[in-house]
Structure formats: structure tokens, C-alpha cells
Design a protein around this ligand. Structure first.
Ligand SMILES: Nc1ncnc2c1ncn2[C@@H]1O[C@H](COP(=O)(O)OP(=O)(O)OP(=O)(O)O)[C@@H](O)[C@H]1O
Ligand SMILES: [Mg+2]
Length: 340
């Protein structure tokens, strides 16, 4: 049994014009101490996935189906009082904007002490000592003085270090980090990412890292999910997917990386844009942008337009694509014929 098991998660937003299906049939697992990356274009559903894991989807959003099991307990439908013991305590979250976590009118120390006291029966002095230790762990210079400072007195990089210290405060099993470095200067991004990786490894904390940056995913995570229009379309060991992406969308993301372009030429962006979730194309949601809906002989693969593709295994990876399924069938047939 994995520490976290998400099965067929279905999340919708009830809007006046109808339900928006923000997540469809999302399934994945996370083992203790494992690091999982979630990538995909803007609007693919990455943040909705992160928020729904902690039941933080705000109305009109709701979880319409599926299961989220953490350490053997079902989180969907769990009472808020119980859920609060898990949220922030055993699973913590780092957001893109530090000010979503930090309260501008409380000092860093006060916020950390309050957070500890909310979850543990400890006195103020002991809580302050733990807070100080956590600030030391995130390598903040003169941590003692920082405790009495307010968020606005810190630089962006220092604020994100404080956020990481807060995320680690209660020794969680999992940290969900949603674009934890995008608000920072490029020079500081790598430092913060290294720090997060170092601390997760050292304390055996599982990490769900949401990012646009395939480079970061390949450096930090062991497994990854690629999302498109609310679905997972490819998943598996990060190295295998980066080296040999199966799904045409993942291939497109890889080709769009600056290092894949010839210097001086334009980047190889995937043509078109992701569909709106309340108006999804039929069949495979990626088919209008896909360069592989026709076979090499020019005939059309009609399933791309008419059927939602299921997952097919390829090595240790899985991709939801009719073309991949068909190619595998073709490889299998000649092998069977020769063995006759
Ligand atoms: N409050 C909301 N009301 C209605 N629809 C919403 C709401 N929040 C999210 N959605 C829908 O869910 C989709 C996925 O949003 P989400 O924020 O998860 O995208 P994302 O992958 O995190 O994108 P980004 O990379 O820009 O952060 C949105 O495109 C939108 O259709
Ligand atoms: Mg997001």
C-alpha cells in the first residue's frame, strides 16, 4: 500500500452554464519519501489536483467522485476536524505566492509558534525553539533576529525559505509544492529548489512538485504525471518519460524546450491552445493539436476523434494515446506471425 493513493478522482466546478470538469479520472500513488512531478500547460488542472488532495477546493468546486487514501484513511468525506489534523500536519503545502501562507501582520516567529501550538500541546518557549531550529535548517542567516521580523521585511527568496521552514514545521510525510519558485528571481529559483530537495531527502518527506519546468522535474523527481485538459495523459518514471516520451503531447512539451531549438530559430511550440474544459473536443482532448491523427499511409485514425483513449503500458510508463496503442499492436502482430 502506498502512502497516498488517488483513484479516479473527478473534480467539477458547478457554474451557471453547466459543470466544468476540471479533473477526470485522475489516478496516481506516492510512496513514502518519493518525489512526484506534475507538469502540463496552464489550465491543465495541476493546482486543482493539489488543492483537492487536501479538500481545499472552494465552491463552486466539488469532488464529484473517486478516492484519496492517505496512510490507509479515506480523505474524501472526512470530517473537517479530522482533516485539519492531516492538513498542515502530515501533509503540508507550499504555494507559488508566499503571501498566501504568510500573515502580513504577524511576525515570522508568532506565525510559526501559532502553527505549532495549533497542532501540538507545547508551550510558547518550546515552540519558539522548534521554530528557530527550522529556520536554521533552511539556512536563514541570523535566524534568531528573523523570528521577530515581519514578512514584508524579508526578500522574496528569504520569504520562500520561511515558507519551507513552515511546511516542515510539523515534520510532515508529504509536501505539496505548487510552482514554489515561479515568483522568484531566476538566480534564486535553483537555490530554493535545491534546498527543498535537500530537506525532503534528509527527512524522508514525500514531495508532489507542480511546475511548468521540465528541467526541474527531471532533476528533482523520480516519477512524473503529464496532465492535459484535466486528465493524466502520461505517467511513469521521470527518466523514462524524459528520454522517450510516448504521448504526442509530452513529445511536444519536450520539443518546446529552449535547449531543443536551433540557436536563433523560433521555439517549437505545440500549435493551437488547450481547449476550454467546458467545451472539450470529442475523443482524445488533444486530437485537434496532434500531428499523429493520420497514419503514415495517410489514412485517418478515427478513434482519435471518437474515443477517449485508455492507458497503454510502454516499459514502466503509461500513455493514453490511440497511436501508441496501435503501434504496439502492429509490433506484436509480426512477432506472433514469425513464431507460428
Ligand atoms: N474557481 C474556479 N471556477 C471555475 N473553474 C475553475 C476554477 N478554478 C479552476 N477552474 C478550472 O480548472 C482548470 C484548471 O485550473 P488549474 O488552476 O488547476 O490549472 P493549472 O494547471 O494549475 O494552471 P497554471 O499552470 O496556470 O497554474 C481551469 O482552466 C478552469 O477551467
Ligand atoms: Mg496552477
Amino acid at each position: 500500500m502506498s502512502l497516498l493513493e488517488v483513484n479516479q478522482l473527478d473534480v467539477r466546478f458547478a457554474l451557471r452554464r453547466g459543470d466544468v470538469k476540471a479533473l477526470r479520472d485522475v489516478s496516481f500513488t506516492l510512496d513514502r519519501g518519493e518525489r512526484l512531478g506534475i507538469v502540463g500547460e496552464s489550465g491543465a488542472g495541476k493546482s486543482v489536483a493539489a488543492f483537492s488532495l487536501l479538500n481545499l477546493i472552494a465552491k463552486p468546486g466539488y469532488i464529484a467522485g473517486g478516492s484519496i487514501r492517505f496512510d490507509g484513511q479515506e480523505l474524501i468525506g472526512m470530517r473537517d476536524r479530522h482533516l485539519r489534523q492531516i492538513r498542515g500536519n502530515r501533509i503540508s503545502m507550499i504555494f507559488q505566492d508566499p503571501m498566501m501562507t504568510l500573515n502580513p501582520v504577524l511576525s515570522i516567529g508568532e506565525q510559526m509558534v501559532e502553527c505549532l501550538k495549533a497542532h501540538r500541546r507545547i508551550g510558547r518557549r518550546e515552540a519558539r525553539a522548534i521554530a528557530l531550529r527550522k529556520l536554521e535548517q533552511v539556512h536563514i542567516p541570523s535566524p534568531e533576529a528573523r523570528l521577530d521580523q515581519y514578512p514584508h521585511e524579508l526578500s522574496g527568496g528569504m520569504r520562500q525559505r520561511v515558507i519551507i521552514a513552515i511546511a516542515l514545521l510539523l515534520d510532515p510525510d508529504i509536501i505539496i509544492a505548487d510552482e514554489p519558485t515561479t515568483a522568484l528571481d531566476v538566480t534564486i529559483q535553483a537555490e530554493i529548489m535545491d534546498l527543498l530537495l535537500e530537506l525532503c531527502e534528509k527527512h524522508n518527506v514525500g514531495l508532489i512538485l507542480i511546475t511548468h519546468d521540465l528541467g526541474v522535474v527531471s532533476q528533482v523527481t523520480q516519477r512524473m504525471l503529464v496532465m492535459y485538459a484535466g486528465r493524466v495523459i502520461e505517467q511513469g518514471p521521470t527518466r523514462e518519460i524524459i528520454n522517450d516520451p510516448q504521448h504526442p503531447y509530452t513529445q511536444g512539451l519536450m520539443n518546446a524546450l529552449p535547449q531543443m531549438a536551433t540557436p536563433g530559430s523560433r521555439l517549437n511550440q505545440i500549435p493551437g491552445s488547450m481547449p476550454s474544459l467546458d467545451n472539450l473536443p470529442s475523443g482524445c482532448a488533444f486530437h485537434p493539436r496532434c500531428g499523429f491523427t493520420q497514419r503514415p499511409d495517410g489514412s485517418e485514425r478515427t478513434a482519435c476523434r471518437s474515443e477517449v483513449p485508455g492507458f497503454v503500458a510502454s516499459g514502466n510508463c503509461q500513455a493514453a494515446c490511440h497511436m501508441v496503442a496501435e503501434m504496439q499492436d502492429q509490433e506484436r502482430i509480426p512477432a506472433q506471425e514469425t513464431s507460428r
